[in-house]
Write a protein that binds this ligand. Structure first.
Ligand SMILES: [Zn+2]
Length: 217
């Protein structure tokens, strides 16, 4: 997916960082020589295995990294930080969720393929990558509660109807969380958010959200 390119074509400065465990930040031990396939796979699962016994999480590390990237954007001082947005799909959606919730410098965001209830999507489905998990988090908060911290800043969420990661109840596990987020926006009188772009298909990115959401964020 070239959504960084798509944003640049729409006039944005798009920064596409390598997340820990991906690209140049992969674990060397899992690279089989010059095998191209292993260049394209991630090693976040292995990062998470080392992080958890140390009391760390990959989600936390990635959020920290994203905030440092925003520091860099501010230090450059040449771009409009009043219009600073974050977007991502799947694991990128996870990072978007966390950094937008925790860093007020994010002024707007698009989360694609990553907003659903923890119980169905991350406990009943236990085949997800370990980088999603924060110990004991689900006992206190759900994903909708975390996304509520983004209010009243403009937020768009994209979901696919048959995304297997939504869990066994499908889109219901998404709309329940969206209802939680909607209530938080209502407290601010911002009923127009969050935008929810529902598409057909399994776990995939749909570029149309850029045309639909960007003019309204
Ligand atoms: Zn992962």
């Amino acid at each position: 997916y070239d959504y960084g390119m798509q944003l640049a074509k729409r006039g944005y400065v798009a920064i596409c960082p390598d997340c820990r465990g991906f690209g140049e930040r992969r674990d060397e031990a899992l690279q089989k020589g010059t095998d191209e396939k292993s260049f394209l796979t991630s090693t976040c699962f292995h990062l998470a295995h080392m992080a958890e016994p140390l009391g760390e999480t990959v989600a936390g590390m990635c959020t920290w990294d994203a905030s440092r990237l925003i520091d860099y954007v501010y230090e450059r001082g040449e771009w409009d930080t009043e219009d600073l947005g974050v977007m991502g799909f799947s694991g990128g959606g996870m990072q978007t969720l966390w950094v937008s919730a925790l860093d007020d410098r994010v002024k707007k965001c698009i989360i694609s393929g990553y907003l659903y209830g923890y119980r169905d999507a991350l406990l009943l489905l236990n085949g997800n990558c370990s980088c999603n998990y924060v110990p004991h988090l689900w006992e206190h908060f759900d994903m909708g509660d975390i996304a509520s911290l983004i209010a009243p800043r403009p937020l768009a969420v994209q979901s696919c109807r048959d995304d297997h990661l939504n869990g066994p109840r499908g889109l219901v596990n998404v709309t329940e969380q969206m209802d939680i987020v909607q209530k938080a926006y209502s407290l601010y009188g911002k009923e127009e958010y969050p935008l929810h772009d529902v598409r057909e298909g399994d776990h995939c990115w749909h570029e149309e959200v850029l045309d639909i959401a960007l003019p309204r964020l």
